[in-house]
Design a protein around this ligand. Structure first.
Ligand code: FES
Length: 167
């Protein structure tokens, strides 16, 4: 349980909000849960919901909405392709489909070498530069805009090479 593991941090988080607005603490609590396990587990969802007197569905909706919260494990890199309407009008769906075909995965899956997880996400504020995606990893987040499948596969090859060189 988060409350037992991090009592002081949780106390500090709650101190930032008036008691009647404690549900506002959902974001920092999710951050804490994700920092703890690398993703927001079902148990953490329920734990947070209980602390805030809201439903676990409400907490799950927040996790689902924000691309920086994760409820599933990923490969070393999480490639999040925006398929929201403006990007779709610039070919994002076909880009995603072709990219998945090249990587041998379906949306939401990870390549067999554990390197790339491909996800479809909502607007990333790069609408005029679609197809675009953000690449998340332990090293941070990079935006890649005006992408083609060929350019993306070159990037993937470079990432694979750099991981091999580190080993
Ligand atoms: S709709 Fe794709 S970045 Fe805005």
């Amino acid at each position: 349980m988060l409350a037992e593991k991090y009592p002081e941090e949780i106390k500090q988080i709650f101190a930032k909000y008036p008691p009647e607005q404690k549900r506002s603490a959902v974001m920092p609590l999710l951050y804490l849960a994700q920092r703890d396990e690398g993703l927001v587990t079902k148990a953490a969802l329920e734990d947070i919901a209980q602390m805030l007197d809201i439903t676990s569905t409400e907490v799950a909706e927040i996790v689902g909405f924000y691309t920086l919260y994760h409820d599933k494990k990923s490969g070393k890199y999480r490639m999040q392709v925006c398929t929201d309407l403006p990007c779709a009008l610039r070919g994002a769906d076909k880009f995603l489909q072709d990219l998945c075909g090249n990587l041998g995965v379906k949306v939401g899956e990870t390549t067999s070498d554990g390197m790339i997880t491909v996800e479809a996400v909502m607007c990333l504020a790069g609408c005029d530069k679609a197809p675009m995606f953000q690449l998340q990893s332990g090293e941070g987040i990079e935006y890649h805009e005006n992408m083609t499948v060929d350019k993306t596969m070159e990037l993937v090859a470079a990432l694979r090479k750099s991981v091999k060189e580190v080993k």
